[in-house]
Design a protein. Structure first.
Length: 266
């Protein structure tokens, strides 16, 4: 009886180890497959940009451009884009990563400027050929969709006073300042994603709320995982992440029209 029990116990442990090993192999296989197809997605996106008609026909030879010429080229491209945006009748957004400045502009006039305290850019965008850079950033981009932690146009509900005495009392009453976690994301028509995070000394206490917002947004990457499991190349969108003060993040977001134009300088 004891031999039979030992045999059953050994068989159970072998079966359990086999199941665990199989699960680990499947997980590792999925991770490797996702990594390989993600690389394919980046290369496919780069190839698509390089094959755009305007990028293919521009007579720009990067072999004859040193760092100084490349910097002047990007400056020229950014100025041309801002000039193009100045023709619009609405507020637009310009992002200068070279000088770490984000600005609201109307008809070429800067109406608000804020310092970018930190930023991250997908290396993909730094690997662009000059002609492809001209294609992406040489003309204005337009916002296709928004995603934010705050309302675009907040609604304030106030109770009407019963008489003049109550009205006078409410007029002098100071309401405490309400802090909000301000993060927002813009998806551009040129398939670039902008992520803007508001951060200052008052926002640290609500750090977890911001993390939940981005975690929820990042869950969309599971769609790409499903595509790779089906042996399909997932969609890839280069991301630019900016950090500015929370108050400016709120003011700029609410000042932007429904579909503003955006100019970017790397």
């Amino acid at each position: 009886m004891s031999k039979q029990k030992n045999y059953n116990s050994r068989s159970f442990h072998l079966f359990r180890n086999y199941i665990i090993y199989s699960i680990l192999v499947v997980i590792i296989g999925i991770v490797v497959q996702y990594g390989v197809f993600s690389v394919f997605a980046v290369r496919q996106k780069m190839k698509m940009f390089d094959q755009q008609v305007d990028a293919a026909l521009l007579p720009i030879n990067e072999r004859h451009m040193d760092s100084v010429l490349v910097d002047l080229f990007k400056k020229k491209v950014f100025l041309e884009t801002r000039f193009q945006m100045s023709k619009a009748d609405s507020i637009n957004l310009s992002i200068n990563l070279k000088d770490s400045i984000l600005q609201l502009e109307l008809k070429g006039v800067v109406i608000k400027s804020t310092k970018i305290t930190d930023f991250e850019v997908d290396q993909f965008l730094y690997q662009l050929k000059p002609a492809t850079y001209q294609h992406l950033f040489g003309t204005q981009s337009q916002v296709k969709s928004y995603l934010s932690t705050i309302n675009k146009a907040p609604i304030v509900v106030k109770k009407a006073p019963k008489d003049t005495t109550e009205a006078q009392a409410s007029s002098v009453k100071m309401e405490p300042l309400k802090t909000e976690v301000v993060h927002w994301m813009l998806k551009l028509d040129k398939e670039i994603i902008l992520k803007i995070e508001g951060s200052d000394q008052y926002s640290q206490s609500d750090w977890w709320i911001g993390q939940k917002f981005w975690f929820k947004e990042n869950m969309n990457s599971f769609k790409n995982l499903k595509e790779t499991i089906r042996f399909k190349v997932p969609e890839y969108y280069p991301v630019i992440r900016l950090v500015i003060s929370e108050s400016d993040a709120k003011a700029i977001y609410r000042a932007l029209p429904a579909k503003p134009f955006v100019g970017i300088r790397l």
